[in-house]
Design a protein around this ligand. Sequence first.
Ligand SMILES: [Zn+2]
Length: 124
Amino acid sequence: MARGFVRKIDDLGRIVIPIELRRSAEIMNRDALDMYLVNGTMTLSKGKGRKLDKLGRYTIPMEVRRTQSWDIGQALDIYMEGKEVCIRRYGCEWCDETEDLIEVNGHKLCHACAEKVGAAIIEA
Ligand SMILES: [Zn+2]
């Protein structure tokens, strides 16, 4: 269900860019990256912006975390498109569960939330 690797935001707002993706994107630790955000997907590529730390972690800018509601512990799907690393929210859109997800019309829900929707429809 995830397009790439699922990682969680740590206590300091950082996300580990998996080594496999850093290699594919030819990004070294401490390299500077450019970041842009479109439709809830943050894209990173080699550039002049914020740097990866020595462990391959990228600190997600506070304004991105605020506007996207990416709190500490939020699971993110990290994948490649061309030479860019793309990062987007992962998990149930209602409760942030990351296991047992189903997708309906592009929206991800866990089975528990999907059952609640089904029950509400039957009651209506
Ligand atoms: Zn859920």
